[in-house]
Design a protein around this ligand. Structure first.
Ligand code: 8YV
Length: 312
């Protein structure tokens, strides 16, 4: 009998059907009420394929007595209790690196769109308002300072792109790195010097609400916030207040506190560009992520080291 792989996610555009030789694949994403399927197979599940919207907390992990591996179709693993997984002898793989450039590009798209009021101008033109004049001017990127919060793989790609846009790049993170950009160990001190903040750090307990009212105040009335990390990194009510009251000038957001629910207050604002968490969403990059998920699962099946194991 083949081991059971529980697929919470379809791994698009790389179908989980590629694993059917070795596993009995149960596609939870195909059914409207997955609970009975999970119950019927709980004891036989050895492998879970999920993504960042599937909460793999300690209770979930422990409820599968024969679980050996969780493969997430995401670089982020804040939805998985890694400590609990390790305690249960469950290996975890993610999809780092293959999406760095893509996610950084999405960050740049949001940066440009927010600073240059691209979406607002598009709506303005389509509404036939060009005949009446112009919207107020946008904000330059060149010669401005951008503070990158979390200079990991994605943050470094953002930094490189910002250099090409003739921006001054500074960063904040857990530790100083061997890079040419100025490091701030104090986030507020960095925000005071920045025109833009770009969030590229991991989500989870250590970065929860890192961007709060005080940091937004420090960023200031001409400042703009770009978030391609996790919604949890930003105190969302504080951000809404800051945008409403002109404490900061604008925001470009790919991620939200309670996805896919986006606060009405943000939807109503013209100085905000909103995306439905599409940081890595191109056919090319999603294919690479999907391939990496499958390669990790097959490596584990064959008793080999995982290609990209999450270790803490
Ligand atoms: C998601 C992401 O994986 O990789 C991450 O951490 O947040 C995204 O790339 C993607 O949206 C699929 O759910």
């Amino acid at each position: 009998m083949k081991p059971v792989l529980l697929a919470y996610y379809d791994n698009a555009p790389f179908g989980v059907s590629l694993l059917e030789d070795k596993f009995e694949v149960i596609n939870l994403w195909e059914v409207t009420s997955p609970a009975p399927l999970i119950e019927a197979n709980r004891d036989r599940v050895t492998t879970i394929l999920c993504s960042m919207m599937h909460d793999m907390n300690a209770d979930v992990i422990k409820s599968f007595p024969n679980l050996k591996m969780i493969a997430t179709y995401s670089v982020g693993y804040d939805h998985i209790d890694i400590k609990a997984a390790q305690e249960c002898g469950v290996k975890v793989s993610n999809t780092p690196d293959v999406l760095n450039a893509e996610t950084a590009d999405t960050g740049m798209a949001l940066l440009l769109a927010t600073a240059k009021r691209i979406v607002e101008n598009d709506k303005f033109l389509r509404a036939g308002k060009w005949l009446e004049g112009y919207l107020p001017c946008g904000t330059s990127l060149a010669d401005k300072t951008i503070g990158i919060v979390g200079l990991g793989g994605i943050g470094k790609k953002v930094a490189k792109r910002c250099e090409a846009f003739e921006m001054n790049v500074v960063y904040h993170g857990r530790s100083k790195q061997d890079v040419a950009y100025t490091y701030y160990d104090d986030l507020k001190a960095m925000a005071l010097e920045c025109d833009f903040l770009m969030l590229t750090c991991p989500g989870g307990a250590t970065t929860q609400n890192l961007i709060n009212a005080e940091i937004l105040q420090a960023l200031g009335e001409n400042g703009m916030l770009i978030n391609i990390a996790r919604g949890s990194v930003v105190d969302e009510p504080a951000l809404i207040k800051a945008l409403n009251e002109g404490i900061i000038k604008g925001a470009g957001l790919d991620v939200f506190a309670d996805e896919p629910n986006v606060p009405e207050a943000l939807m109503a604002m013209d100085n905000v560009v909103l995306l439905p968490h599409i940081g890595s969403a191109t056919t090319e990059t999603r294919s690479k992520m999907g391939q990496l998920v499958i390669d990790n699962i097959l490596a584990h099946f064959d008793g080999k080291e995982l290609l990209t194991e999450v270790k803490i």
